[in-house]
Design a protein around this ligand. Structure first.
Ligand code: NAI
Length: 244
């Protein structure tokens, strides 16, 4: 699967799953723009060392005007945007009884409104090109629910609804919109979970292990390639069989 000549914008690409996606798409030949609240220069240098163009743009996906400015900056440097991966996400876990308004609002703002903002900021350009791929990083939790994650589950279920609606609205313009729903992936986000919670999860994963960020990145690489041109509005689970 070659992505030579393609420009990919990846939110939250500084570390974790987003970084793996950036590296994977770069290995397939794409130029990479990372949009993150905090740009880690080592990530940009690692991408450049693969022989592709790479840049970091510091912005929060929650702030539409900075996302718009970031997209303008990308277009000044590259003139097209072919691939958009909405990966930036946060958790603020708490049982619903104790969940504070701020915990609800902040998770919805990053995980759901953030993707809305990015899609809004790029849609005119994608329409003009009459081509493009959007992949939204959802979660099995958006399909199954999860104790302590009412905010996160709602944001990811919302992201799946956004994916399917944009897939319908954008299909005639040759823009494919899909979601990848990871299960339990070893990253900094999940490293902070208590051991008993991890044990509970592993019992419910048919594959018997947690996934790696590379597992998620491989699915994204397929969905943004020309080989996936007839796939749109789908949720591809990368979860070792956790949700089926
Ligand atoms: P992470 O916490 O390691 O990385 C998230 C990245 O997003 C960071 O670089 C962070 O700076 C960036 N970010 C956070 N808020 C931002 C904002 N407002 N604007 C721009 N960038 C922002 O997380 P991880 O584990 O790599 O997760 C990536 C995505 O995958 C998230 O959407 C997460 O919900 C999803 N996911 C992760 C799973 C896991 O097991 N780790 C499972 C299912 C989904």
């Amino acid at each position: 699967m070659s992505l030579k000549g393609k420009i990919a914008l990846i939110t939250g690409g500084s570390r974790g799953i987003g970084k793996s996606i950036a590296l994977r798409l770069a290995k397939a030949g794409a130029s990479i723009v990372i949009l993150d609240r905090v740009i880690q220069n080592e990530t940009v240098e690692e991408l450049q060392s693969l022989g592709v163009k790479a840049m970091g743009v510091e912005a929060s996906v929650t702030d539409f005007s900075s996302v718009e400015k970031a997209v303008e900056k990308v277009l000044e440097s590259f003139s097209t945007i072919d691939i958009v991966v909405n990966n930036a996400g946060i958790t603020r876990d708490n049982l619903f009884l104790r969940m504070k308004q701020e915990e609800w609002d902040s998770v919805i703002a990053v995980n759901l409104t953030g993707a809305f903002n990015v899609c809004k900021a790029v849609n005119r350009q994608l329409f003009k090109q009459r081509a493009g791929k959007i992949v939204n990083i959802a979660s099995v939790v958006g399909q199954m629910g999860n104790i302590g994650q009412a905010n996160y589950a709602a944001s990811k279920a919302g992201l799946i609804g956004l994916t399917k609606t944009l897939a319908r609205e954008f299909a005639a313009r040759n823009i494919q919109v899909n979601a990848v729903a990871p299960g339990f992936i070893n990253t900094e986000m999940t490293a902070k979970l208590p051991a008993d919670v991890k044990e509970y999860f592993i019992k419910n994963i048919p594959a018997g292990t947690f996934g790696s960020p590379e597992d998620v990145a491989n699915a994204v690489a397929f969905l943004v390639s020309d080989e996936a041109n007839y796939i749109t509005g789908q949720v591809i689970n990368v979860d070792g069989g956790m949700f089926m």
